[in-house]
Design a protein around this ligand. Sequence first.
Ligand SMILES: Nc1ncnc2c1ncn2[C@@H]1O[C@H](COP(=O)(O)OP(=O)(O)OP(=O)(O)O)[C@@H](O)[C@H]1O
Ligand SMILES: [Mg+2]
Length: 486
Amino acid sequence: MPDRILIVDDEPNIRRTLEMVLRSEGFETIEAESAEAALRAVADASPDVAILDVQLPGMSGIDALRAMRRADPDLAVVMISGHATIAIAVEATREGAFDFLEKPLAKERVLVAVRNALRLRAIGREVRGYREREAGRRALVGESEAMRTVREEIARVAPAAARVLIRGESGTGKELVARAIHEASPRKDRPFVKVNCAAIPEELIESELFGSVKGAFTGAVATREGKFEQADGGTIFLDEVGDMSLRAQAKVLRAIQEGEVERVGGSGTIRVDVRVLSATNQDLEALAREGRFREDLYFRLNVVPIRVPPLRERKGDVRILARHFLDRCRIENDLPFRSISEPAMATLDRLPWRGNVRELANAIERLVIMAEGPVISIADLEKAGLLAHPPVESPLRAAGETVPALRTEEIARLGGLAEARRAFEIACIREGLRASGGNVSEAARLLGIDRTNLHKKIQVYGINMERNGTRPEEDGETTPFTERSS
Ligand SMILES: Nc1ncnc2c1ncn2[C@@H]1O[C@H](COP(=O)(O)OP(=O)(O)OP(=O)(O)O)[C@@H](O)[C@H]1O
Ligand SMILES: [Mg+2]
C-alpha cells in the first residue's frame, strides 16, 4: 500500500505542485483547502503524513496541527510557511510538528521531509506496539475469587508507603503483583528496581544493594551505585528475600530503619527514600526460628502480607489464562489464529500445574509453536508432553471411589469376578467416553490405556459409539454401576 500524504493549503497552486511531486515518487495524496477539511480527512482517510500550511483561512495552522495530532498521535506533520518566523517554527515544534519548510518549496527538501516523517511514524508505531505488549505482559489476568481478592489487596496497599511481603508458590505471579503495586502507587513514575537475592552470590549482594567505591574489593574498578540508590524515590523489590545472607539482612534492616545506605568501602552515608516490597516462596517464620532469617527484619518487611494463591485454587482461571497466553504468543510470533479444542481445554483445566502460571504460560507457548493445525487438540497436548502425568482429578477416579460395595448375592448374580470385572470395565469406558464428549483419545488418556487398546475394547464389548454422551442405562447393557448420577 502506498503511503498516503495529506496536503493542506488554501492555495490551489501549491497543492497541485506538491501533488505532482509526491505522486511522481509513488505516494498517494489527498488534498484539503482548510484546517476543517484537513481534520475530516484525518478522520476519514487516516493519512500517514500531513503537509500543513501555517496560514489558513479559519482555524490557524498551529491550531489545526494541535487538533490533528490529538486525532492521530502517530500522524507526522510537516509545516510549510511563506514567511516563516522563528517564533512560529518554535511553537510548531513544541506542538509536535516534525519539520518546518519555507516557501518557495524545493522538491528535494519536500521529499526528504516526507520520507523522514514516514520513518518517524513507523518508529512511533513500533514503540506504541512495544508499550502495549509490555502492558499486556504486566496485566494480572484472572477472574477467580482468589484473584479478585489479590487485586483488591493490591489496590488497598498501593497508595500507602507500607512494606509488603508477597508470598506464594513458585510461578504464581509474585513479581507481577509487586509491579502492579508499584504501578498503582504514587511512585509509579520513579524507578522499580528488582533484586533477585537468590541469583546474586553472597559476597556480591552487599555491593549490589548498596553500591561500592572504587578499590573496595578486587573487581571494584569504579565507584558504583547500589540498587537502593537506583530506586531512590521509587520502589525496590527484594525477590527471594529468604535467600539473603545474614550480613546483607543486617544492612537492609539498617537501610529500612535509618533511610540511609553506605557503599561498600565508602565512608559517608547516603540518604534514600525507597519503598520496599519483598517476595518469597519460603517459610520465613521457620527460617527465623532456625536463626537463618532475622526476626526483626521479618517484621519490618511483613507489614502487609499478600498471599498469591496457587493456580489450582483459582477456579476457572486456567481457561482464561490459557486463552490470554494463546493470544499473546500468537501475536508475538506473528502466527495465524489458533484456538484450543474444548476437550483439550478441559484437560488443561484438570492438570495439576505445580509450576503454576509460569508452567501454564510455557505450556501454551510450546503448544502454539508445535501444534499442527489451527485448533490445539488433545493429541497436541500429548505431543507437547503435557500428559506424562495423569491429571489429579479425573471423573473416573471419582467414579472409582464411589463404586458401591457388593454383597455376596450380587456377586453371584453378576456371574463371578470375571463378569463383574467386565461390567465394571464397560461402565468405566462409557463414563470415559461421556466425560470426553466421545473423543476416544481423551477417553483413553482418562482411562490410562492407549487408544488402540480402547478401540479394541469398544469393539469387543460392542459399546455403541453413537450413544456416548448418553447415560449408560439407556444403552441396554446391565452393569452393577449404572446408578451413578451424571
Ligand atoms: N495473573 C497472571 N496473569 C498473567 N500472567 C501471569 C499471571 N501470573 C503470572 N503470570 C506470568 O507467569 C510468569 C510467572 O510470574 P512471576 O514471575 O510473577 O511469578 P513468581 O511468583 O515471581 O515466580 P517465582 O517464584 O518462580 O519467581 C510470568 O511470565 C508472568 O507474566
Ligand atoms: Mg519471581
